[in-house]
Design a protein around this ligand. Structure first.
Ligand SMILES: [Zn+2]
Length: 284
C-alpha cells in the first residue's frame, strides 16, 4: 500500500490547487497536512482527500513560541476532524504528542524511515505511520550532499528492530526499540522483551532513572508519584513493590544477556560508521 502526503506549509491556494489538479487527473486520493485555513483547504475533503494538521513549533525552538497547546488547539479548532499529524520541520516532543492525542489525533507521520515499516500503536495512544520518502531527502541523495561527519540520534522509538539510517540532515538515526514507559503502560507482562531478536540489528532500550526508582507499572502509578519528583524519600513511599515494573524489566534484561552483548549507542553508531567507511573505500 502506498500513500501520498502533502505538507501544506502555508502555501497559497493556487499552489495547493495544483496538487489537487494532479491528483484529480490521476483519480488518486491523498493526505494533506494543513498549516492554516483557506477557502480551498476547506474544500479538500470534498474531493475525498484527508486533511491532517501540520503544527509548527519552530518559533518555540527560537524562543518566540506560544504554549504548544495553543498551537495544537488553533489547528484542531480549524480542522476538528483531523486524525493525523505531521510536525513542521519534524519538530515535536513527547508531551506534544500526548496533547495531540488528547485532542483527537490518532496517528503521527513524523518518523522518517527509508524502508517500509509496520505502523504501530504508541503508548500515547497515537498510531505512528512512518513516511518512507521525502522530496528533500531525495534531492539531497541525488546531489550527494549527505555529510560524512555524523552525530548520532537515538530519539526515534520503534517497537521492532530496524536498521539505523542516515537521514538527509546528516544525522544517523538509530531507532530505539523499547522504552520503560511503553512497557509499563502495555501492562502485557512486559512482552516486548520477548520480541524475536536479530543479533545483526541494534535493539535499543530506553529507560528513565525515575521509573527504575519507582519500579513504575502504570501511568496512574507514576502520576501519583510525580509531584514528589525532587523528594526521594517521598518517592520511596510510592515505590512499587508488588507488581512487575520498569525495574523488574531492567533486571530481567540484564539477567538474560551476557554483559558483552551490550554496546553503547555510540558504539553502535561507530559500527555503522565503520561499515559505511569500508564500503566507500571498496568503491575506490
Ligand atoms: Zn512543514
Amino acid at each position: 500500500m502506498k500513500s501520498l502526503t502533502f505538507d501544506i506549509d502555508w502555501a497559497p491556494d493556487e499552489v495547493v490547487q495544483h496538487c489537487l489538479d494532479i491528483l484529480g487527473e490521476a483519480d488518486v486520493r491523498a493526505t494533506f497536512f494543513a498549516t492554516h485555513r483557506s477557502k480551498l483547504i476547506d474544500t479538500i475533503e470534498s474531493f475525498g482527500h484527508e486533511v491532517g494538521i501540520h503544527p509548527n513549533f519552530m518559533p518555540n525552538f527560537n524562543g518566540k513560541g506560544k504554549p504548544y497547546r495553543e498551537t495544537i488547539d488553533q489547528l484542531m479548532a480549524i480542522f476538528p476532524q483531523a486524525r493525523g499529524v505531521r510536525f513542521h520541520s519534524l519538530g515535536y516532543s513527547a508531551p506534544v504528542l500526548d496533547y495531540c492525542f488528547q485532542s483527537g489525533i490518532k496517528y503521527d507521520s513524523s518518523v522518517f524511515l527509508p524502508f517500509q515499516a509496520q505502523p504501530y500503536l504508541e503508548y500515547t495512544g497515537i498510531r505512528r505511520i512512518p513516511f518512507i520518502e521525502s522530496d528533500l531527502q531525495t534531492a539531497i541523495d541525488q546531489s550527494g550532499f549527505a555529510g560524512t561527519s555524523l552525530p548520532y540520534d537515538s530519539s526515534v522509538f520503534l517497537p521492532f528492530q530496524a536498521q539505523p539510517y542516515l537521514e538527509y540532515t546528516g544525522i544517523r538515526r538509530i531507532p530505539f526499540i523499547e522504552s520503560d514507559l511503553q512497557t509499563a503502560i502495555d501492562q502485557s507482562g512486559f512482552a516486548g522483551t520477548n520480541l524475536p531478536y536479530d543479533s545483526s540489528l541494534p535493539f535499543v532500550y530506553v529507560f528513565h532513572p525515575i521509573h527504575v526508582f519507582l519500579n513504575t507499572y502504570s501511568m496512574d502509578h507514576y502520576s501519583a508519584a510525580k509531584e514528589y519528583y525532587h523528594e526521594p524519600e517521598a518517592l520511596l513511599r510510592h515505590r512499587n513493590r508488588q507488581k512487575d515494573g520498569v525495574e523488574t524489566m531492567l533486571v530481567k534484561i540484564l539477567e538474560s544477556n551476557k554483559p558483552a552483548n551490550f554496546l553503547t549507542t555510540g558504539e553502535i553508531y561507530n559500527l555503522y560508521r565503520e561499515t559505511e567507511m569500508r564500503g566507500s573505500q571498496n568503491k575506490h
